[in-house]
Design a protein around this ligand. Sequence first.
Ligand code: BGP
Length: 479
Amino acid sequence: MTKMPNNFLWGGALAAHQFEGGWNQAGKGPSVVDVMTAGANGVPREITETVEPDKFHPNHKAIDFYHHYKDDIAMFAEMGLKCLRTSIAWSRIFPTGVEEEPNEAGLQFYDNVFDELLKHGIQPVITLSHFEMPLHLAREYGGFRNRKVIDFFVKFAEVCFNRYKDKVNYWLTFNEINNKMDVYNPIFLWTNSGVVVHEGENPREVMFQAGHHELVASALAVAKGKAINADFQIGAMVSHVPIYPYSSNPEDVMFAEAEMRERYFFPDVHVRGYYPNYVLKEFEREGYHIVFEDGDKEILRNGKVDYLGFSYYMSTTVKSDAQEKNDGTVVNGGMAKSVENPYIQSTDWGWAIDPTGLRYTLNRLYDRYQIPLFIVENGFGAIDTVEADGSINDNHRIEYLEAHMQAVKKAVNYDGVDVIGYTLWGIIDIVSFTTGEMKKRYGMIYVDRDNKGNGTMKRSKKDSFFWYKNIIETNGKEL
Ligand code: BGP
C-alpha cells in the first residue's frame, strides 16, 4: 500500500481571532473582527462601530487558547501533528497599526507559542493576515483602500520575519485574499481588507483597488522576507471553489470558465507576478479607475510566491441561464447562478461535499502554476453531540476527511501533483468565521463552550482524534 511522501506536512489549521481569545490582553488592540457580533440561525454577523459592551462579540474569548496553549499544544502533539497553521494577530503586535515600535508583550506571546510547538516537534506555518487588521486602520484609514496601509502591513511583516526567522519557515501573506470577490457579502471586504463600501460606489471597483494594494503589500513582504532569510517559503492563500458547468451546453461551459476566473485572478498575480488580460479588459470595459503607481509592476514581478496555499471545502455548479443571485444569499459558495448539483450531497450549512473536486482542484492549480501546493484548510463543519459516557462519535467527519485525503493521495501518487502538506481546518473546535457560532464545529478536540459563550472550556477527544493520529502515524498508508 502506498504512503504519502516523506516529510508530508500533516497538520491542523486555526486563525488567531477564532481561537486565541485574550482580545485585549497584554496591550493587544481591537481588530476588525473584534467588532463583529455572532450571527444565529442564518442571521448574518453584524459589524458594530466599535466594541460594544452590551453586544456579544464571540471572538473576544473564543476558546481561550491564550491561557490554555500549553495543554492544547500537548494534545496536538499527542495526535502527532507535524505542523500547525495559525496566524499572528496583527493588532497584538501593532495595537493600532501605526505605532513606531511593536508591542513586546504580543511578540513574546508568539515566542512562547512557537517554542512550545517546536519543543513537541510541531512546525508553525504562519499566516500574517487572517482577518485581523487593527480596527484603527480600518476606521481611520479606510483599510486597504488606502495605499498607506501597505507600509503598515509591510512593517508588521518585517517585524515578524525578523523576530521569528529561526522558528518559522513556512509563511502565508493574506488568508483567502480572493473571498472578497463576493462583494455582496460585506463581511468579506471588511475582514479581508478593512473596507466598507459607501453609497454610490461600485463595490467591485473598490474591491479591485483594495485588492491591488494587498497584492503589492504581499509582493513587498515576500521580497523583504526572502532578504531576511533566503530559506523562507512564503506563499499566498486563496479560497478555492471549483466551478462546474451544469451541462455540456457550451454556454454553461463558457460561463463556468468565466466564473473560475473569479477564483484565479488573485493567485494569477501572486504566482505569475503580473495582471492577467481578462481583468485588464474588465477594467477597460467597465471603466474602472484603478490607481497603479509607477513601480508596482516591478514590485509584483519581484514578489512572486514560492507556493500556493488554498482552502477547499466544496465545489459549486453554475447554469448560464439560472436566475442570478447577487443579493448576498449564499448558495453553494455564493456564486452567481449557482444551482444544486444532482450528484453531490451537502453539509447542514449547504456546503457541497465533493472529495473528487479536491483532486480536480489540485490538478488544475498545478497545471496552471507549476509550483508546490499546500492544502491549508479543509474540514467538515457539523453539530457534535457529547454522549452520556462523554464520548463524541463524529463518524460523518471521519468519512468526509477520509474521502478528501484519499483524493489528495491520488493527486499526489497517481497524477504527480506536488503537495507540501494538508492542515485540517479547526483541529480544535473554534468560533466559526461566517456565523460567529460555536455550534458549527470542525475539531477533533471538542471544547465545552456554546453560542452564547457559556461552558467550562473543557477539552475532550472526539473519535476523529484517534483516527487522524493513526493516519499521521502511518503516513496515509491506510487511506
Ligand atoms: C475560511 C476561513 C476560516 C474559516 C473557514 C470555515 O473562509 O479562512 O477562517 O473559519 O473558512 O468557515 P466557517 O468557520 O464559517 O465554517
